[in-house]
Design a protein around this ligand. Structure first.
Ligand code: FHN
Length: 576
């Protein structure tokens, strides 16, 4: 995926200096706005699916016909102050706005190309100039998105979905990309970041030239890893990708409010405020920044649903800011009921799932606790310290609010055992990376679900005859659980036999072909490969009757299952 997303970046002290604000305020708003916002994924009466800003490519529109969109581009409802006011209301600290997307149209006055909003459209105003001023007035940092490699308007830009290269790319690079980056770095005041994208075949020398230009003109401006060739100050994860575990260094997850990035007339798949808050909390609890996208329409208006969503998220952030701003990643392993963030000896428990009968068990915590309270009301919460875990006494019914957060102050330094724990009252997922492996291997599968929707699953595979994956975990109360296994199985392993061992009790199952999904919408390599399919099977009932240590292991019973990919085993509590 390096061509699409760029490589991981080795962070220098200089990058950390420039990014010193990132952890303090790890929430920004992304804006995708361009000519594609006019048709909104509908062309000549046909509705397109997937990223609307790819319409020119998806609908095979010629350069000339597409350029005519500029003739009618007059987004009179665009109001920079209103947009920045929404950014502020959402609780974000920075705005990252698209200056030129793959379509090649500059949303700013450019002397390097007449194909820009001031010279080629009746609008005649420079939105970046207006946004820069509004951001300055509101104390919001501004950054700029720029597609440096894909430019479908220029015959020498890398075009359509062809990421394999163009012989005259250097000419486009020197005559448009480089001078436009110079304009952007010179004309809009201090920039917090330049968000490059889809590096594709850009050479190391070209990426370095852009970085040098940014560093010279904007010494405090961050560059993301999608500049390509292992450069940049911080890692952009894949679109919507949230790592499963805490991750070191500066990194960010770009996410979006519905299914695409630019405006789409027919996209009503808005995420709920609760879902956005969970995704934000997940990113922050793993040490990253969250960049949430909205797509204004062709008149410059922000869809009412996005406006409402951002304001609701902002209310949650205002009430719970202390638990997400300037915090460190979770010191715990995965918690079955939610996520944790931390500042010094203060822990913040973000409750995604409400515990049964209000009994919240925090496993692995043996520090003495001074005080526990709800972050938003300051109301105290009672708790009971046990040997190696703590039980908090919450109301039996979840209060009517997004992700409630419990703040727990420990007396001295933290004593936390980062071990796996299975709790009754919650669905417990024991995932592939948490297993101890013998004669089998951990791999990551990554794929694009549809264009732009990025997914990753860690799996255990390459099984030898004596292979074994074991999950060692603790329980604090006895419980009865269904055991389920989630796996992918190719046709050649159909019928392979497996043994599961739970504390010495055995169960047998045979894996069935889970199949693959063929791609019908082809974007060319590497996106045309069949998509993996995983299935979940219930294997039986187990009682974990004594609190303490347990082990579940999975082993092939014959050599036919070498290519089976096990993603997780799950323990689902049964209410007796
Ligand atoms: O192709 C673009 C896409 O249109 C959008 O801009 C996203 C945002 O991260 N970046 C590229 C795909 O990853």
């Amino acid at each position: 995926m390096a061509a699409m997303w760029g490589d991981s970046v080795a962070k220098s002290a200089e990058s950390l200096r420039k990014g010193s604000w990132c952890r303090k305020h790890p929430f920004g708003i992304f804006v995708h706005w361009g000519l594609y916002s006019i048709p909104g994924n509908v062309w000549k009466g046909k509705v397109y699916h997937g990223n609307p800003e790819w319409l020119m490519c998806r609908a095979g529109i010629s350069i000339d016909e597409y350029a005519q969109l500029a003739d009618s581009f007059n987004p009179e409802d665009f109001d920079a102050e209103k947009l920045v006011d929404l950014v502020r209301a959402s609780g974000a600290g920075h705005l990252m706005v698209s200056a030129k997307h793959h379509e090649g149209f500059a949303m700013f006055k450019s002397n390097a190309s007449p194909f820009n909003i001031v010279d080629a459209a009746p609008f005649g105003r420079d939105p970046l100039d207006e946004l820069a001023e509004a951001c300055r007035a509101a104390g919001i940092k501004m950054g700029i998105y720029y597609s440096q490699t894909l430019d479908w308007h220029e015959p020498d830009g890398v075009n359509l979905s062809d990421l394999t290269g163009n012989p005259d790319f250097q000419r486009y690079f020197e005559s448009k990309a480089l001078p436009q980056i110079e304009e952007l770095c010179s004309n809009y005041g201090p920039l917090a970041g330049i968000w490059f994208d889809t590096p594709g075949p850009i050479t190391r020398e070209q990426s370095e030239k852009l970085v040098r230009m940014v560093n010279r003109l904007q010494p405090d401006c961050l560059v993301n890893s999608r500049i390509g060739n292992g450069l940049g100050d911080y890692d952009s994860m894949g679109d919507m990708e949230i790592p499963l575990r805490p991750r070191d260094g500066l990194w960010e997850t770009p996410d979006t409010t519905n299914d695409g990035w630019g405006y789409a007339v027919h996209d009503r798949n808005w995420k709920s405020p609760d879902e956005i808050v969970r995704r934000f909390v997940r990113v922050v609890s793993r040490g990253g920044m969250y960049l949430l996208n909205i797509g204004p329409d062709g008149t410059g208006r922000i869809p009412a649903e996005a406006d409402k969503l951002l304001r609701r998220v902002g209310r949650w952030i205002r009430e719970h800011g202390t638990a997400v701003m300037d915090v460190e990643p979770s010191p715990f392993g995965p918690l079955p009921w939610g996520e944790c963030t931390r500042r010094g000896n203060r822990l913040f428990f973000h409750l995604f799932d409400w515990p049964e009968q209000g009994r919240l068990v925090v496993p692995g915590l043996s520090s003495a606790i001074e005080h526990a309270e709800w972050v938003n009301t300051g109301e105290a919460v009672l708790f009971e310290e046990r040997d190696g875990f703590v039980v908090f006494d919450l109301p039996p019914i979840r209060p009517d609010r997004l992700v409630p957060v419990l703040a727990v102050t420990c007396r001295d330094s933290l004593h936390i055992e980062d071990s796996l724990c299975v709790l009754d009252g919650h669905v417990n997922v024991l995932s592939a990376p948490q297993a101890t492996l013998e004669e089998c291997a951990l791999r990551q599968e990554r794929w694009m679900e549809y264009f732009g929707e990025f997914q990753a699953v860690d799996v255990i595979t390459d099984w030898h005859r004596n292979g074994r994956a074991a999950w060692y975990f603790k329980t604090v109360y006895p419980g009865l659980f269904y055991l389920e296994i989630q796996y992918g199985c190719p046709a050649l392993c159909d019928g392979a036999s497996w043994t599961i061992n739970v504390d010495g009790d055995l169960i047998y199952f045979s894996a069935v072909d889970s199949g693959w999904r063929d791609r019908r919408v082809c974007f060319g390599p590497p996106f045309d490969a069949p998509l993996p399919r995983f299935i979940t099977r219930r294997l039986g009932l187990f009682r974990l009757s004594t609190p303490g240590n347990h082990v579940i292991s999975v082993s092939p019973a014959d050599s036919a299952g070498a290519a089976v990919r096990i993603a997780s085993v799950r323990l689902i509590p049964v209410d007796e």
